[in-house]
Design a binder for this molecule. Structure first.
Ligand SMILES: [Zn+2]
Length: 294
């Protein structure tokens, strides 16, 4: 079975993770631009970060047979640093129009401040102008209100909900997200509020249409194998194979494929792995290691 993990901060993960993901059937990952665990102090480090996820990280994934895509955006936490946010807004269009960018994201609210609201709206306008899908990060605190408000703002800016994924959903928010015509993402973390077990219940209640499972793996306690593990659990619980495929593969492809940047052929007939390849003179191998050459 093939899987897509449509929310994975691979820049924070190891080569072991890529190997394990490829072995488990993860053919593609989407890396949304986000904060890096501490605030960036200037737009130069933001610019280098965006180049990194679009460049070296994409190369690194490819060296393990995993196709890598990005969402480009200014995250809600750093939207609160106005001088930084202004500078980042200037550079976003140039990055958002690069190859392998499938959406503007992850954007939205954290503490639901005025500045977060301003830059969320500005980036919705950018998505509209570039005709790109949007990935919305919903806040962990005051989630229900933050989720409703995010959708209100999308509607106010006249974006098609069918082009927008509302991520980090849970039992409290999924119904409204589906009823309003948005895609609902579920980040499955180990030992946390949203688990694979609870995903079984959600799927039984709401069906597979427009639901998407992701790992949201990053530098925190998270599991890059959440998508294949959730698929296994759904199957064990008697979910039809086609429904499992929808929530762990084809729904993500359907929405992010609207960017025109993500196609099944990318992983069905990929370039063969050749770990002798260099990226700007750099290899993923260290001295004496044997390259994997397909
Ligand atoms: Zn994230």
């Amino acid at each position: 079975m093939h899987f897509i993990d449509p929310h994975a901060h691979m820049i924070s993960r190891t080569t072991d993770d890529y190997e394990a993901m490829a072995k488990a059937g993860v053919v593609a990952v989407i890396e949304p631009a986000f904060w890096v665990g501490q605030p960036r102090t200037n737009s130069g480090s933001y610019s280098d970060y965006l180049s990194h996820i679009l460049g070296f990280e994409r190369f690194r994934a490819g060296q393990f047979g995993v196709r890598h895509y990005c969402c480009i955006g200014l995250n809600s936490k750093e939207a609160n640093n106005e001088p930084l946010a202004e500078a980042v807004m200037e550079i976003l269009p140039a990055f958002a129009t690069k190859e392998s960018v499938v959406a503007i994201g992850e954007i939205g609210y954290d503490e639901q401040t005025e500045l977060e609201d301003r830059y969320f709206r500005a980036q919705l306008e950018l998505a509209k102008e570039l005709e790109l899908p949007v990935m919305i990060h919903t806040p962990h605190r005051d989630k229900k209100r933050g989720t409703s408000r995010s959708m209100d703002v999308v509607e106010e800016h006249k974006l098609d909900p069918d082009l927008v994924v509302v991520d980090h959903c849970n039992e409290e928010t999924v119904k409204e997200v589906k009823d309003r015509g948005f895609w609902a993402g579920f980040s499955i973390y180990p030992h946390s509020k949203m688990t694979a077990e609870r995903m079984v219940g959600i799927l039984q209640t709401y069906g597979p249409e427009k639901l998407i499972v992701d790992s949201a793996c990053d530098w925190g306690v998270s599991d890059p194998l959440s998508v294949p593990k959730t698929a296994a659990l759904l199957k064990e619980n008697g979910m039809p194979e086609e429904h499992v495929r929808m929530v762990t593969y084809s729904n993500a492809l359907a929405i992010y494929g609207k960017s025109g940047q993500m196609n099944e052929e990318d992983w069905l007939s990929p370039a063969p792995i050749d770990q002798r390849t260099l990226y700007q003179g750099n290899s993923i191998l260290r001295g004496g290691q044997t390259p994997n050459v397909e």
